[in-house]
Design a protein around this ligand. Structure first.
Ligand SMILES: Nc1ncnc2c1ncn2[C@@H]1O[C@H](COP(=O)(O)OP(=O)(O)OP(=O)(O)O)[C@@H](O)[C@H]1O
Length: 464
């Protein structure tokens, strides 16, 4: 190599190394802001002002943090404590173990002497879980990670691991340390309050937010094995609708083919209720399907979605065991008539203000062939992964919605998928006890007949 070229190559190498060094330094500061910026600021303060002002500043900082923690625990946890935990877990758990775990789990690949290793990106600790973002190596699929979830959880000291696909090549691993939904949730106080039919709060999600179910403009399918807590979802809905039912703004209609075992616990909530799967239930369904068509014809060209200003009540049809009506009924004619009527209500009821809340134990196609008509699907505890796919749709389980892994000890916990929302949510319904149902019955029996209250503005909001 001529002398000049050597110098040029040397210069390029130095600049390149300097650039890499700066980028790495910036990355360290971005990933460990507390561990880098606090000691740096302390060192600067000492150098600039001396030891006493530094001690004073540190004591003030500690006092400030203690006051913050006392006044606003949640914001302190979010902005301070979880940041410190994030840096600690990244430095102590994920970075040191990453390379060996990837190799041993066969997630790192070798080709022509070069190693391709999944890239550990952002880590965020939220107390109950660590969210670890990963860039997969080329030609790797999220299924490869799905298959190794248990091994990964053990390797990084977590109770379980979930895999969520964020975008092509990027996944997020949730390392779960404890279940924030482990404790039952009691129902909120029953008071005359506004009911927002687009956001009926029926429990809490695992991130601590209210679990909101959309009833206006949506149909809800709730699936779970016996004892999974379908009843708690159903009664949480009724509980939250009670003020509007009492005011005559919402009408509940029920069918309980199990002879009233479920809906018979509080019949006062229902305008009409039938306790079998025979001709009476079918007549009720057909009557409602006819109402849906008639209302839809009247609304055509006038309004696109039911609103309280129509002066007609929003109607919620609750069917406790859908399969008894449309699959297990031995009379073929009754079975088909029931299925036709329910399909009419679910497919056309959206605009004229009819919602169906269907509960079922078995999600197979032979049982509920029109699952796709339900835009909100709730998967409580299920037996098999295939059932999760049937309820929530393809690919949702791969994004973490493992309803077949919900514990028997946490009835009411569910994975929820709403059409139009990419991410499924894990949530727990309120636990509505027998005593609560007595309170509900008293609240509703107390009702007086009033004129239908109208208000020209709100669409989904109804005031009791
Ligand atoms: N959200 C909840 N929180 C705590 N416990 C609950 C919750 N939901 C239900 N449970 C308890 O779990 C048990 C079964 O609940 P539930 O009867 O609602 O299940 P289910 O799915 O409706 O069963 P089935 O299909 O047999 O009617 C009951 O003892 C109930 O008290």
């Amino acid at each position: 190599m001529p002398g000049k070229a050597k110098w040029l190559a040397f210069l390029i190498a130095v600049v390149w190394l300097a650039l890499v060094g700066v980028v790495r330094l910036v990355l360290v500061v971005v990933r460990y802001p507390v561990a880098t910026l606090v000691p740096l600021s302390a060192a600067w303060c000492w150098w600039r002002f001396g030891l006493s002002p530094l001690v004073l500043a540190l004591l003030s900082l500690v006092a400030g943090l203690v006051i913050w923690a006392g006044l606003g625990r949640d914001s302190f946890l979010r902005h301070v404590w979880f940041r410190v935990v994030t840096e600690w877990r990244r430095a102590v758990v994920y970075v040191p173990r990453w390379r060996s775990v990837m190799r041993l789990a066969d997630l790192a690949k070798r080709d022509r002497g070069r190693e391709y290793r999944p890239w550990l990106r952002r880590v965020r600790s939220e107390g109950w879980r660590d969210r670890v973002r990963v860039r997969m190596v080329p030609a790797q699929s999220p299924e490869a990670w799905e298959l190794r979830r248990d091994g990964l959880a053990h390797s990084f000291g977590a109770r379980s691991c979930r895999v969520r696909v964020l975008r092509p090549r990027v996944i997020e691993l949730d390392f779960v340390h404890r279940d924030p939904l482990a404790r039952p949730l009691s129902v909120p106080a029953l008071v005359d309050a506004e009911v927002d039919l687009k956001r009926v709060v029926v429990g809490r999600t695992e991130t601590g937010k209210p679990w909101r179910l959309r009833l206006l403009g949506s149909q809800v399918l709730v699936v779970g094995v016996p004892g999974a807590g379908k009843g708690s979802v159903l009664w949480s809905i009724v509980w939250q609708l009670a003020p509007a039912v009492r005011a005559g703004l919402v009408r509940l209609v029920g069918i309980d083919p199990k002879g009233g075992m479920e809906l018979g616990q509080c019949p006062d909530a229902f305008d009409r209720v039938v306790y079998d799967n025979g001709p009476e239930a079918v007549a009720l369904l057909e009557g409602m399907a006819a109402e849906v068509k008639e209302r839809a014809a009247r609304y055509r060209g006038v309004r696109r979605l039911w609103a309280r200003s129509t002066g007609e009540p929003f109607t919620v049809l609750v069917v406790d065991e859908l399969a008894d009506l449309i699959a297990y009924q031995p009379d073929k004619q009754l079975r088909e008539r029931a299925a036709r009527a329910i399909q009419t209500i679910t497919s056309q009821g959206r605009a004229p203000g009819y919602a169906v809340v269907g509960l079922v134990q078995d999600p197979r196609k032979e049982v509920v062939g029109f699952r796709h008509l339900f835009s909100t699907r709730v998967a409580l505890r299920l037996d098999e992964p295939q059932q999760v796919d049937m309820v929530l749709g393809d690919g949702v389980r791969q994004r973490g919605a493992a309803a077949h892994e919900i514990s028997e000890n946490s009835p009411g916990v569910a994975w929820v998928k709403q059409d139009g929302q990419r991410e499924p949510e894990r949530a727990r319904a309120f636990h509505v006890t027998d005593a609560d149902l007595v309170e509900l019955a008293v609240f509703l029996a107390d009702a007086e007949v009033r004129d239908f209250p109208t208000r020209s503005d709100g669409a989904g909001e109804v005031a009791a």
